[in-house]
Design a protein around this ligand. Sequence first.
Ligand SMILES: Cc1ncc(COP(=O)(O)O)c(C=O)c1O
Length: 441
Amino acid sequence: MASAPVRTNNLEAFWMPFTANRQFKQAPRMFVSADRMHYTTSDGRQVLDGTAGLWCCNAGHNRPKIVEAIRQQAGELDYAPAFQMGHPKAFELASRLTQITPEGFDHVFFTNSGSESVDTALKIAIAYQRAKGQGSRFRLIGRERGYHGVNFGGISVGGIVTNRKMFGTLLTGVDHMRHTHDLDRNAYTVGEPEHGAELADDLLRIATLHDPSTIAAVIVEPVAGSTGVLVPPKGYLKKLREICDQHGILLIFDEVITGYGRLGTPFAADYFGVTPDIMVTAKGLTNGVIPMGAVFVKKDIYDAFMTGPEHLIEFFHGYTYSGNPIASAAALGTLDTYQEEGLLTRAAELAPYWADALHSLKGLPHVIDLRSIGLIGAIELEPIAGLPTKRAFSAFLKAYDAGLLIRTTGDIIALSPPLIIEKSQIDFIFDTLKDILTSLD
Ligand SMILES: Cc1ncc(COP(=O)(O)O)c(C=O)c1O
């Protein structure tokens, strides 16, 4: 299994995304292969994947159905133009997906990433309002601390300051609701926090400020992931839905990390019993293996575009790789794997064990909060005074040395393992973290 060292003689050329490039290039961390729950490093070590890659490899790695689907498709039809032409796999995939989405999501628009799915959803929302004779509805509402990818639409509605501050004026006509993080009232909650449903009223405040008739859509992550795992307070999402309904505002759920089984239901909309108008997905759609995203819309949204002369394009939007044959095949292989192994609901079985293991870290040095839902966990650490992020980053480096991949954002450790994880591997994650937290500066 041990692989030869990577013969990379120039690390400089690759400008790495969301990475401390100079630190990395001094002490590179390289994966050379992966199988099920583990990566193999270039120095031949096994590292348990505590993050499903980047929240995407929900079925784990090197899964035969997905690998085979890609192989076969590459030899059969490698590419077909996405505009004014079709191929069977994209249609098959769309139909299969609409069987697992909440009722009413009868149509799907394919993209290549979460960021593209977000921008596609925002464009659909504005164009839909216009198609319905509501052209005055152009505003988009996001939320503080939200992450919706890195394209201009996504960072405009997003609320992570570091992702926004370097990029000028962003989209106009955007406003943000308050975030829901409240350590004083909700620390150490398993599942949905008790306090904070009233924060949904912030949408009402914003709608009143701008007048509801100017607002096209509001977008939220049902569980905010990249900001460090913020679980919505009980009743919060239902309240958002009610306010949207009262004021003709579309509700968009960004399910890029919650989609495809992360919470123990196919989508977060199922988990919380709240149905948005548009659902944004990517990542787990293809098990992260081939880039692909999917935006689901309700029938009335699709129908609103299907007017006018039939020879005319209805929606001037799309990507060269929308519904790409190899990506479609990978997604079909992924769906087969999820369905055969019951992975879209497996997190529900494991969630209590997962939560107990996570919450056993209470009382360890520097830990100021633990939160969990489905197969997601977060450990919030007290930052080192004057050196924010350093403590969590040290934990990340120590974990990697100890054979565990975790993810950190600010001083929060986020965990989201593949949904095939076994209980003994959950024990390994938290035993390892216990040792690390005990030894951190
Ligand atoms: C909620 C959410 N939306 C959008 C994205 C962006 O996805 P991508 O990196 O595929 O563009 C992410 C990525 O982590 C995400 O977590």
